[in-house]
Design a protein around this ligand. Sequence first.
Ligand code: NAG
Length: 125
Amino acid sequence: MATKVIVPLMAAFVALTMLVAHQACAEKDCYHEKVRVIDDCIDFLRKYGSTLRPSFNCRMAVDVSDLACICRILNDTDEEKISAEKLVLLARSEGQALEAGTKCGSYPIPPLPARPPPRAKSMRA
Ligand SMILES: *[C@@H]1O[C@H](CO)[C@@H](O)[C@H](O)[C@H]1NC(C)=O
């Protein structure tokens, strides 16, 4: 009788543990990338004061990082230091498409700036 209850309970517990561990792992995936990008790009990302152009090291750090992942794990402490909006600009300037409508930290990612409409076929005859 007791095993009938305990076994499913244990199975549920194991499943839950695996799920939690898996999520913790996923969050850790780009933790070091985040720390590195914030570190190497602080001159560009800093929230207050003038923004310097992203340095070579900064662009390298961005190029080897998954900025969408960094955006997902960007926390309040990070955002006290850096601007999530600038992080989005930086990602896009390095060619990483961040999905509009999702968030980077607390910053809602806007649609990409509209491109000039494709050139209309010449009206001139
Ligand atoms: C936020 O992330 C930073 C690393 O970028 C870490 O040092 C800090 O402890 C984190 N803060 C919170 C509230 O999780």
